[in-house]
Design a protein around this ligand. Structure first.
Ligand code: ADP
Ligand code: MG
Length: 247
């Protein structure tokens, strides 16, 4: 039988910093339209893996396949153009610019001067309609709360037709209601076939929204499991314990 289509395959990725083996031959893959959790304690290598995928860091060794083709992105700008976007832990929008300006900043049409204000507004409205976003295009970013800023980052990702959205601890500074809204957005993305790599250390979220879980510990992948076939205890053991196994 033909398995689910893989959009991203990471094979034996290693990355070290002076004195630290941040990633040690890590394998993982992401299926089309799945929410895949990347779990691990602080310092286990989650952010480093993400940064190697999008070209923010250059890996020491290993290969990455994107949509079946071996790929090596030179920068996050390039991976973003190719359809992989990251919602970073740190804020990445320009505070003095408006919502709409931030969304279309760096867009190929915009860069080449071909995106008129009218068309920008049209694209903005159609994004709002298809995902139920409710934001004013002319609002300055610094006037928005953290949750709304996350929404703008997600809109930016969607405006470029991203196929993979990597979210690095997206609920870190969100309230419960704001997190719930984010989870709704995630399930909408999923239903459109977009894949989410969801980085967190919060187990409740993992069991609520993800399809599979990959656990990292000290730079090594300890396991990939189907969320429906595991439980809290097993995951905690994998994160901190001695057990190694796989599906
Ligand atoms: P996580 O996101 O799971 O908390 P990180 O990927 O940030 O973990 O870090 C993994 C390890 O790599 C840690 O020991 C961290 O200190 C180290 N590390 C990450 N980025 C750098 C860097 N730019 N320079 C030196 N060490 C780094
Ligand atoms: Mg991190």
């Amino acid at each position: 039988t033909v398995g689910p289509r893989l959009i991203l395959e990471v094979k034996e990725i290693s990355k070290s910093f002076p004195g630290v083996q941040a990633l040690d031959r890590v394998d993982m893959d992401v299926r089309e339209g799945e929410v895949h959790a990347l779990l691990g304690e602080n310092g286990s290598g989650k952010s480093t893996l993400t940064k190697c995928i999008v070209g923010a860091y250059q890996k020491d060794s290993g290969t990455i396949l994107y949509d079946g083709k071996e790929t090596s992105f030179s920068s996050p700008t390039e991976s973003f153009r190719q359809g992989i976007s990251v919602i970073y832990q740190e804020r990445s929008l320009i505070p003095k610019f408006t919502v709409e300006q931030n969304i279309f900043l760096g867009d190929e049409m915009q860069v080449s001067g071909l995106l008129s204000e009218k068309n920008m507004r049209k694209r903005f409205r159609s994004l709002c309609e298809s995902y139920g976003f409710d934001l004013s295009p002319d609002e300055k970013i610094f006037r928005l709360g953290v949750a709304q800023q996350k929404v703008v980052e997600i809109m930016k990702a969607l405006s470029r037709n991203s196929r993979v959205v990597i979210m690095d601890e997206p609920t870190a500074s969100l309230s419960k209601e704001e997190s719930d809204h984010l989870f709704k957005i995630i399930s909408q993305l999923k239903s459109k076939g977009i894949s989410i790599l969801y980085i967190t250390h919060i187990l409740e979220e993992v069991f609520r929204i993800t399809d599979r879980i990959t656990v990292l510990r000290d730079g090594r992948k300890v396991s990939t499991l189907n969320t429906a076939e595991t439980d809290r205890e097993e995951i905690v053991n994998l994160m901190v314990g001695e057990v190694f196994h796989d599906i």
